[in-house]
Design a protein around this ligand. Sequence first.
Ligand SMILES: Cc1ncc(COP(=O)(O)O)c(C=O)c1O
Length: 385
Amino acid sequence: MKSIADRVAGIAESKSIKLAAVVNQLRREGQKVIGLNVGEPDFDTPSPIVEATRQALKEGRTRYSLVEGIEELRQAICARHNDLHTKKMTSKNVLISNGSKQILYNIFQTLVNPGDEVIIPIPYWVTFPESVRLAGGIPVYVETRKNQLDLAAIEKAITPNTKVVIINSPNNPSGAVYSEADLRQLAELAKKHDFYVISDEAYEAILFDGLKPVHMGSFSEDAFERTISVQSFSKNYCMTGFRLGYMLASEKIISAVSKLQGHLTGNNCTFAQYGALQALQMDQKIIKDMVALMQKRRDLAFDLFSQIFPDMEKPQGAFYLWPNVSKMIAGKYADDIAFAEFILREAGVAILPGSAFGSPGYLRICYAPSENEIREGFEKIKSVL
Ligand SMILES: Cc1ncc(COP(=O)(O)O)c(C=O)c1O
């Protein structure tokens, strides 16, 4: 039999999706597994969103729509983001896709030529390097300092082939939120060395301790032209299954991505887009309450888990703890993967090893499940350590 194309043979399977499959299998076999691995809130999709989607189906909004997405939704997105932007966007600055995963794929395919370098701070979300490789690009990794951007390390990694720096704040897996000062410095570097910045803001609404979102594209005209903001309805509105993400960028980039998407998927599911429109138009107190509850879970999870994993920064966004466990595993377990497997086997708790995110010696613990599951997961892990 002839082989699978190099393009796909050369990329790694998503380690988080792989672990989720193992957990499902164990559950089918009757084992109880506490899942602190899957990155999605356990809240139901807010009912106004579900109702609006149902209504759209009833009204027959079941046809193709514009490749970039329905005009009403793109305008509502602009209205929301224009509050934060000095440059006012129009629907021509917005494109909707099947989740921000597809947005990232689209952007790398659109911007990156074979041999172009993409700088990725560590830890990174699992899909970044593979998306870069699928476009023939070369991922170039740089360390962070206490999970914050290290601008000096980024500048050192820049070469004439640097096309893009990709950042993600609030960060998966570390929960870090990058400071405005660092983002401004990155915008300056982008201008000085002429590269694009992809800013993955999939967890934009899930910010704690009174923090507010900051958009690099709002800093200046130049920053706007260079920044591609990647957004998602998945985590912010509990709509992971709707598969709705979008990008904000210059008209030049949007029309190039639209050309590509026109041959890939065309538009995103039409009636789901009406659900997303309602997500932006409904009373935002629903989301504020959800974030307040998530902050409570953060406090609970951080207080509990720092008793057993003390080497950890307090996360300020998203829904992950990111302890450094390298000292704990030294001499006892082969690596963080073996440690996470031990915890799954002995404690029946699923968490992810840091190597999935480019950081061996760490663990990612998701605290999006209920408070009871967080407590139970903690007690079970504590009892086997
Ligand atoms: C940092 C980050 N970006 C993007 C995504 C993709 O989300 P979606 O495709 O559901 O919009 C995820 C999902 O886990 C993520 O953690």
